[in-house]
Structure formats: C-alpha cells, structure tokens
Design a protein around this ligand. Structure first.
Ligand code: TMP
Ligand code: ASP
Length: 238
C-alpha cells in the first residue's frame, strides 16, 4: 500500500492523540501527543517525549502482532509522532485483558495487587467518557448495539490471542504484562485492532522487581515517569 499521503483536516482530538484525514479516504494519520490524563481526565499533565515513544512502541508492537496473523490498522510510521493507519469505524468498546491483579480489579473486587490470576480474564467497558467508561457484559454490549454476539465473541478471541503473543514477547524483554486495553474497529467489513499499544494502555512491571514501568507512575505520582517510558522502549526496541 502506498504511504505517500497528504495530511488533511483534523478529524478528532482525543486525550493522547489527534486524528487527521488524508487524501486517501481509507487512511488516516494518528499523531501522538505528550498530554496525559487519568481518572477520566480529572488529572491532567504532560509526559515529555511520551508521544514519540508511544508511536515507536505502537508501531513496533503492531508490526510484531501482524507477523502472528493479527490484523491491525497499522500501515506505517510516517514521522516521530505520526502513524499512518487504515480508517476504522471504532467499536465503542474497550477490551481489557488481565494476567495479574492491579488497578480497578483490585479496587472493585478485592483481589490483592500483584496476585497472579489463575487464568487471564477479559473485561468489556463501554467507551463513553460522559458515563465514565462503565464495565459492561456481553448482553449490555449487544443491547447497546455495539456489535453482534459473534462480534463480541470475536473481540474476546482476538484479545486472548494478542495476550498470548504479547505476554511471551514482553517476558522475553524482562517485563510482566499485567493488563492492557485494546480497541477495535471495522474497515471494509473486517475487524482490525486499532488505537495504540503503549505504557499508556498496558501495565508493565519489571519481571524481577515488579517495578512499575507504565502510566501508573503518572496516575499515582510515583515519579520517574519519563524514565519508565524510555526504559520500556529500550527493552523492546533498543
Ligand atoms: P484499570 O485497572 O484501571 O481498569 O485499567 C486496566 C488497563 O486498561 C490498564 O492497563 C490501563 C488501561 N486503561 C486504558 O488504557 N485506558 C483507560 O481509560 C483505563 C481506565 C485503563
Ligand atoms: N485515559 C484515561 C483518562 O484520562 C484514564 C487512564 O488511562 O487512567 O481518562
């Protein structure tokens, strides 16, 4: 596919990325920002250089997943902060997969942080900031018109496969994949993995020390936020 495109109008500005049209109706450009938010944007800040690192890491991980037959929206990395992607009709569902208890799993159900789950669990959240992205089940998803029962089953199957591939890969790089969030969308009928995969959307802990190397350092003011993002890039890409 050609990667010579002309950047068009700003289509959408999210919390961490801007999305631009291109002269090809099938392609968009996502531009990674340094802005960081947490707790549904109640906490706001900047992580200097994050946009560049998250573009590097997402480009790397999408390419890696594609090599395992997982279809993603990734086309090519265009510049430090820009990624060329297939245009998606985003499914309004956030798919969270968990291997180790942390975050809202601990808060909501009383698991102990760091406890290895006997098997990975997959959760669905409604992508709706006004409602605070509530946890939903398959029935809610279907009744809300987010997809058919087959679509929902497919999202979970894809999340499970992606988890297997990424868990092994991160472990080879000295990182535990604690949990992560994925978004999917439709492109000419096919369901593709979209959005990004980065320390903004994954919890990553050092395999030996459990040091947190992800956005939790920003969420909970743990310090050395930029260093953590740089460390993940160093371990994955060099
Ligand atoms: P949680 O424990 O806060 O539910 O988060 C689970 C995973 O999803 C964690 O890796 C962070 C990621 N995540 C996002 O990418 N975006 C979000 O808005 C939230 C709440 C979590
Ligand atoms: N990105 C989300 C927000 O600001 C939350 C998070 O990642 O913790 O709202």
């Amino acid at each position: 596919m050609t990667t010579t495109v002309i950047k068009g109008d700003l289509l959408y500005e999210g919390k961490a990325k801007k999305v631009y049209a291109t002269d090809n109706p099938d392609l968009i450009i996502q531009e990674f920002k340094d802005d960081a938010t947490a707790f549904n944007a109640q906490k706001k800040g900047q992580i200097v250089g994050k946009g560049i690192i998250n573009n590097d890491l997402s480009s790397h991980l999408f390419t890696y997943l594609e090599s395992f037959g997982i279809a993603t929206h990734f086309v090519s990395k265009l510049s430090e902060r820009e990624m060329l992607c297939k245009r998606l009709d985003i499914l309004k569902i956030e798919v969270v997969t968990r291997n180790i208890a942390a975050g809202s799993l601990v808060k909501r159900y009383g698991f102990t942080e760091g406890e290895a789950l006997r098997y990975p669990i997959i959760e669905l959240y409604l992508k709706n900031d006004a409602l605070g992205d509530p946890l939903i089940n398959d029935d809610h998803a279907v009744l809300l018109g987010l997809g058919t029962p087959d679509d929902i089953a497919r999202l979970k199957q894809l999340a499970s496969k992606i988890n297997g591939v990424m868990q092994d890969y991160f472990l080879q790089k000295g990182l535990k994949l604690v949990d992560f969030k994925l978004e999917f969308g439709r492109h000419h009928g096919a369901i593709l993995l979209g959005d990004e995969i980065s320390p903004d959307t994954c919890r990553l802990w050092d395999k030996d020390t459990d040091t947190k190397l992800d956005k939790d350092r920003f969420r909970f003011d743990l310090g050395n936020v930029e260093d953590a993002y740089r460390e993940v890039r160093k371990r994955l890409i060099g």
